[in-house]
Write a protein that binds this ligand. Sequence first.
Ligand code: FAD
Length: 411
Amino acid sequence: MRDEPIDPCARIVVIGAGQAGFTACAKLRDLGHQGPITLIGEEAHPPYQRPPLSKGYLLGEITEDRLYFRPPSFYEERSIDLRLSSMASAIDRDRKVVALADGATVPYDRLILTTGARPRTLPAQIGGDLDGVFCVRNLADINAMAEHFRQDQRVLIVGGGYIGLEAAAVSAKLGLKVTVIEAAPRILQRVACPETAAYFRDLHDRKGVTLLEGAALETLQGEEGHVRSARLADGSVIPVDFVIAGVGVVPNVELAQAAGLSIDNGIAVDENCRTSDPQIYAAGDCASFPWRSGRIRLESVGNAIEQAEAVAWSLTGAPSRYDAKPWFWSDQYEVKLQIAGLSAGYDTVTTRPGAAGGVSYWYYRGEELLAVDAMNDPRVYMVAKRLIEAGRSPSAVIVGDPATDLKALLQ
Ligand SMILES: Cc1cc2nc3c(=O)[nH]c(=O)nc-3n(C[C@H](O)[C@H](O)[C@H](O)COP(=O)(O)OP(=O)(O)OC[C@H]3O[C@@H](n4cnc5c(N)ncnc54)[C@H](O)[C@@H]3O)c2cc1C
């Protein structure tokens, strides 16, 4: 289905000044939208990249201003009314007005919701509200924990997903004593195969990180309000100086829900990124969209960019069907993991040894190639991504043979 292009002078309001919100505004101007664009963001900083927060920024290798997508002047030059430290508190769909927490109102002709996700927190009943317990989502989170990143500090990381493992890698590099606990039987259980998990377990082992799998947190104990130790379900106690929780995120849907929009593991959108109200779109971590025979919500930069661009194309009248081509990456120590496709539903995994110590794991459902995890093997990643995007499935025997010239499979 195609959208009717809107009046080029229509008022567009975007709620959420993160990856998707920034991209939507910039793309709308690139595509020639002339009407007012307002970008409302509750954080104090101009829109910035989150991935370096658990990588180079946490390591102290890059400064805050290098996280910004564009300098503050960009918004002025492109007539994007960027409202920082400003929270949208309600959407009046009848009057087509967004209410801000400070009492102001912003009228719209089209509204784009890019409210992202927020980290799950450890419950206060188990000590999650003690000082020294942090999560990793915003610049403010990282700035708040920065003073603890000193040699020999003992950090407990709760959660062995990508965010937790990246935080572990930075901590180990900076000389902290690092323990990661994962309640599931293995790390990366939700997102990767046992082979990828084993690869990263070995890597962290070699770097001196203590990695405990099947280890559930029972409580955090504090002294004078600051966390001092963690008790696990098996009764063991780990002394800590601070804790980082990396236990997943929940989509920010409350604004949409209160406005009566359909919610289904995120703000439900159609293949054009339109919500149940045709005047309102959603993109990025907050949006769930049709995928194969069901619905999916992705938490990745690639998805945020591509969905936001699809919205901008829709609004300016060009073909706009969002065709997800999932990709993701993670940096830990000297390893770059690049992921193409989505592995959900796989039944077998084939290993392909790569050049110079690289390796890749190829996920299949039956004969169908679903996804590839490539560790320090960017060429394999590039070919795999193209194969998956083209819907091509070379046999597992062929890709598993290191003598196969993968590029030839693209012809
Ligand atoms: C530490 C970290 C590392 C990551 N690493 C990777 C990686 O290596 N590769 C990868 O692909 N992805 C990575 N991601 C995920 C990626 O950053 C997200 O998928 C992406 O930022 C999603 O963009 P978004 O615009 O949907 O949401 P966000 O970037 O979360 O932006 C949403 C914004 O909306 C604001 N907001 C919410 N509600 C309101 C409101 N009512 N009023 C005003 N403002 C509001 C929020 O404060 C936030 O600033 C990482 C994420 C984190 C946190």
